[in-house]
Design a protein around this ligand. Structure first.
Ligand code: SF4
Length: 236
């Protein structure tokens, strides 16, 4: 199969995504990624929060030098930036770091300090949602590491779906995986993971909005804990 023709309409892409979601529901992560690479070629990328490099690793087995997009919000833990640097150094991927238009200092000057405590939706919009939208402009499809077992809000994640907000195909090759599947893949392939995962964090986001999880909590309970917010706007 060859990469998709440029003249495909949005309606075509949406239908393609929905059909692929049905056809690939029982396919392996590698088969799903192979479909994405065959269909979109270089107009496909992986996004990574650098919590681990599992999807980047899987994608690099299908396409050497695959684009891996990372959002540097300016609020990351040092360990997250270190994981990004290690992925760039040792893996056969092309890491692309996206930054918000304002530095943290510029945002503080304009909106006041600690916007994340007062209006996290606005902070996420400026530091995550807008940079990603800019960064994805030239791609037709993007892959995420979303998993159905992470939280109730992710329980219905399709393996391939339509991203209405960005009008792109959204691929979640490990949607059906469990934490045990991730752990087994990391162990088998020696995949890089964020050191914070060994320090009580189950999901790693920006430092001001992430805490360790308690026993029995779901993996994302440590994100925006104490508020009703569960997603940053990238996936909602
Ligand atoms: Fe801001 Fe917190 Fe969102 Fe990061 S997760 S962009 S610090 S509100």
């Amino acid at each position: 199969m060859t990469a998709i023709q440029e003249e495909r309409t949005t309606e075509d892409l949406k239908a393609l995504a929905e059909q692929a979601g049905r056809d690939l529901e029982d396919a392996s992560a590698l088969e799903i990624l192979q479909w994405a690479v065959d269909t979109f070629g270089k107009r496909f990328c992986v996004t990574s929060s650098m919590e681990d490099a599992v999807v980047a690793h899987l994608a690099s087995r299908v396409l050497k030098g695959v684009d891996v997009v990372f959002l540097d919000t300016g609020y990351h833990f040092e360990e997250t930036i270190g994981t990004r640097d290690a992925v760039e150094a040792v893996m056969d991927v092309n890491v692309i770091t996206l930054s918000p238009t304002r530095t943290v200092a510029e945002q503080d000057a304009e909106f006041g300090p600690k916007l994340h405590d007062r209006d996290p939706d606005l902070c996420c919009k400026m530091r995550k949602v807008e940079p990603l939208e800019r960064g994805l402009k030239d791609y037709l499809a993007w892959a995420t590491g979303l998993r159905r077992d992470e939280s109730p809000t992710r329980a219905n994640t399709p393996v391939v779906g339509w991203d209405e907000k960005r009008q792109k195909v959204k691929v979640s090759p490990i949607a059906r995986w469990t934490q045990d599947d991730v752990d087994a893949y990391v162990a088998e392939h020696g995949v890089l993971t964020n050191p914070l995962l060994m320090d009580g964090y189950a999901s790693v986001g920006c430092a001001p909005c992430t805490r360790r999880v308690l026993e029995g909590e779901d993996a994302r309970a440590g994100r925006w804990a104490g508020s009703a917010k569960t997603e940053c706007g990238l996936h909602g």
